[in-house]
Design a protein around this ligand. Structure first.
Ligand SMILES: Nc1ncnc2c1ncn2[C@@H]1O[C@H](COP(=O)(O)OP(=O)(O)OP(=O)(O)O)[C@@H](O)[C@H]1O
Length: 197
């Protein structure tokens, strides 16, 4: 007996979405579609709901109303979710094994971390931790959509350029990206959504 693979939507569809937190409406009747290869950048003042919208798309916050297409996705939150005692090599190889994505060394190289494989995650700088969290996200080979919350906040210029290259490569392979940021990410050909208070 064979079991058919579930249908996976090609695009992300957000329809008539309303979201609130603490009794306050943050998003009202929002609709948009993101097609393969597209990126959407969320901007807007602190507290306007960028993280909440990302979390709703990830299925972590229940909308008051509306629908969101379910897609295989990878989520990069504010925090890097690294275990301090684990080495960089251990952190990356676990994720690589989980997703059947080789040994993860190419992902480390892509974020400029090859020389840090034996360093404990707890001893990394803020920018190095962010680079590692990004490298790990790219190992999720099933993901069609990357959700990134302030992905570049602690990154230097080189780190931002490496992130931009990974995002461009993912999009060229049909991936979709939604990022919340206060910084200019330097990504080309993005759509913008400004959240308002
Ligand atoms: N668990 C919660 N319970 C109640 N209110 C919450 C909760 N989480 C977030 N909020 C509120 O929802 C609003 C939106 O928060 P959110 O983190 O989505 O904003 P943001 O646009 O991402 O902000 P920032 O730019 O500071 O990262 C804020 O007013 C926040 O206090």
């Amino acid at each position: 007996m064979s079991v058919a693979a579930p249908d996976i939507a090609a695009s992300l569809g957000v329809q008539s979405l309303t979201l609130s937190r603490g009794g306050r409406a943050l998003v009202r009747d929002l609709s948009f579609t993101l097609a393969p290869g597209e990126a959407l950048v969320l901007t807007g003042p602190n507290g306007t709901g960028k993280t909440t919208l990302l979390r709703a798309i990830a299925g972590l916050v229940r909308p008051d109303a509306g629908t969101i297409t379910a897609l295989p996705l990878a989520y990069l939150g504010h925090g890097d979710a690294l275990k301090p005692a684990e080495t960089v090599s251990e952190a990356i190889s676990f994720a690589a094994r989980l997703h059947g994505a080789g040994d993860g060394r190419a992902a480390l190289a892509a974020m400029g971390l090859s020389k840090l494989v034996f360093r404990a995650c707890g001893q990394l700088s803020a920018g190095q931790k962010r680079r590692l969290a990004i490298a790990r996200l790219t190992l999720n080979t099933e993901a069609r959509l990357w959700l990134m919350d302030e992905p570049a906040a602690p990154l230097d210029g080189d780190g931002k350029a490496l992130l931009a290259a990974l995002v461009a490569d993912f999009r060229a392979r049909g991936g979709m990206v939604i990022a919340a940021t206060h910084a200019d990410l330097g990504w080309s050909d993005v759509r913008m959504l400004e959240m308002r208070a």
